[in-house]
Design a protein around this ligand. Structure first.
Ligand code: N01
Length: 529
């Protein structure tokens, strides 16, 4: 049976684009399906005001092409969404990717044919194509979560979700706005929406920790230096647990005396960014150490927020870093403004959305526009939206009904020739996504190339290898404070979702080593036919 393609890739974000390029370089025939009108994935959809990456721009970028790395000029320490989207488009043009991407086309079903050793992929545009391999590149945070709050359809004004923002932008000038959520998307957009709106009411279920971005234009001398030493920086980053090059202090917070501890926290705070959690090595391992960092941040909130009662409401009480840490610009100070109101809904859920606003704790709030900054069905949501069927017609929904299972976060027992870029069980969301994506793409491309050389037509992990990996992922998670709170890492934001810590927390270097060892040992844990 002749197949239409060697591989179908689902999604044209950073994962899908590089997968296409890499496979084409090796001479494979590839078709990419993308539901958006353009490339960029996360950065195509998340156009809410203030959206920018919290990994520094010079590191949140591809490294597979030294020429690309040298020619692209980032302008700010943390790149804005429009700049990252321009970069994605530049990559698509530079490597002539668009000709193999079908835009505005959503994959609806992928079925594995046991006899043909191939997948049949169907789309909402009526495509029906066959391919030896299917590679998902749908992103970890790409299935927006709209909570089922009663009355949502009754609201008369416009409702916006930060994860699916209108492409022409929204001007809130002269409007009153209600916002639900205080995660990363909310904390970036709140200061900007507050500049436009006549009144902003924020409904907070859980107060969040944040560290200042101290964003700034990039100094040309710094950029020149980075470019002259890019490879060295990338090498250092690969050795760090999150795949990000920043200094990590091996000392314990609790074993460091108070003045020195404060000095080190202060130093990181003044530098800005996620490196704050690298102040000490045990912040996510030891509850007492964690509390020292949490206390430090809470004191910062009291310094900024003038009303002590409001400061208290904005102060998180859970483990710092358990939910994803936010990187902000002026978030807490925004609440000092008289036209910004915080409503704490931590003890009682929002009762209902009404025609003109919402009702919470027996009180009615009115506003013209509603913003849902309510996050995503993370890591599994996008995959489960597609009807994926492996051997004997088994559905992915069925396989994952008690939580996601994978081997290396890359492959699934019972689903031959299916690869999941940054799938559950991989480090992905706990790392700098770009290098994580590149590592997966290169591993997958090498594997497919190896199969071609061997004349193999299927690859599939054994149930034992998968179980062992799932066990290892769970064991690693159990050893840190990160699995102890109701975060999207454990699926807690989606009612009914199985509670499983989804990403691999053992660190990027350990993960790379494991993936390389699997190859070295002749694709250990896999059967190739
Ligand atoms: O989503 P979130 P996000 N009633 O899930 C609240 C990445 N990202 O889009 O915490 C009331 O973090 C919910 O409350 P709670 C980053 O990895 C990166 O902000 O569940 N409230 C929470 O406050 C990030 O972690 C960047 O109690 C409800 C909020 O909605 C991830 O994407 C920027 C509710 C959702 O927060 C997701 O971030 C943006 C309800 N029924 C995003 N349902 C950067 O690179 C939900 N909430 C900087």
């Amino acid at each position: 049976m002749s197949l239409d393609f060697d591989a179908v890739v689902i999604g044209a974000g950073f994962g899908g684009m590089y997968m296409l390029h890499r496979l084409r370089q090796k001479g494979f025939r590839v078709r990419v399906f993308e539901s958006g009108k353009g490339v960029g994935g996360t950065w195509y959809w998340n156009r809410y005001p203030g959206a920018r990456c919290d990994v520094e721009s010079v590191q949140y970028s591809y490294q597979f092409s030294p020429e690309l790395q040298q020619e692209w000029e980032w302008t700010e320490r943390y790149a804005t969404q429009p700049e990252i989207l321009r970069y994605a488009n530049h990559v698509a043009d530079r490597f002539d990717l668009r000709c193999d991407i079908r835009f505005e086309t959503r994959v609806t079903q992928a079925r594995f044919d046991d006899k043909a050793h191939a997948w049949t992929v169907e789309t909402d545009k009526g495509d029906r194509v066959t391919a030896r391999f299917v590679i998902t590149a749908m992103g970890c945070l790409s299935s927006p979560n709209t909570p089922k709050i009663p009355g949502l359809e009754d609201f008369k004004g416009p409702t916006y979700h930060t994860g699916n923002w209108p492409h022409d932008g929204v001007d809130f000038t002269g409007e009153t706005v209600g916002m639900i959520g205080t995660g990363s998307s909310a904390i970036q957009s709140i200061p900007i929406i507050a500049q436009q709106a006549t009144h902003l009411t924020v409904f907070q279920r859980t107060a969040n920790y944040m560290v200042p971005a101290h964003n700034k234009p990039l100094d040309p001398a710094y950029v020149r230096d980075v470019k002259a030493n890019y490879e060295e920086m990338r090498r250092r980053a690969r050795k760090m647990p999150a795949g990000i090059d920043f200094a990590f202090n091996p000392a314990s917070a609790i074993e460091t005396d108070e003045p020195e501890r404060r000095r080190l926290f202060e130093e990181r705070w003044n530098y800005g960014g996620l490196g704050f959690m690298g102040s000490f090595s045990d912040l996510l391992l030891n509850a007492e150490s964690n509390e020292t960092a949490a206390d430090f941040v809470r004191a910062k909130i009291r310094d900024v927020v003038k009303d002590p009662e409001l400061a208290e409401k904005l102060s998180p009480t859970n483990v710092i870093g358990c939910k994803r840490l936010c990187v902000d610009t002026g978030y807490w100070a925004t609440f000092n403004q008289p036209h910004v109101t915080l409503v704490d809904v931590s003890d009682q859920p929002i009762e209902r959305i009404t025609a003109n606003g919402l009702r919470a704790k027996g009180k009615d709030y009115t506003f013209d526009c509603l913003v849902l900054a309510t996050g995503f069905d993370a890591m599994t949501g996008a995959l489960l939206r597609v009807d994926i069927r492996g051997r004997d017609g088994q559905s992915l929904q069925d396989k994952w009904k008690e939580g996601p299972k994978s081997y290396l976060g890359l492959t699934l027992a019972g689903f031959p020739n299916l690869f999941t870029i940054t799938g559950p069980g991989s480090p992905s969301v706990l790392t700098n996504m770009l290098p994580s994506i590149e590592q997966h793409v290169e591993w997958i491309a090498d594997c497919i190339d190896y199969m071609r050389r061997r004349g193999a037509t299927t690859i599939e992990p054994s149930r034992e290898a998968e179980e062992a990996w799932v066990g290892h992922v769970g064991e690693m998670a159990g050893g840190t404070l990160r699995s102890t709170c109701s975060s999207w890492y454990v699926g807690a934001n989606i009612p009914g979702k199985p509670r499983v810590f989804m990403p691999y927390i053992g660190g990027f270097p350990a993960y790379i080593e494991r993936c390389e060892a699997v190859v070295k040992n002749g694709y250990e844990g896999f059967s190739l036919v």
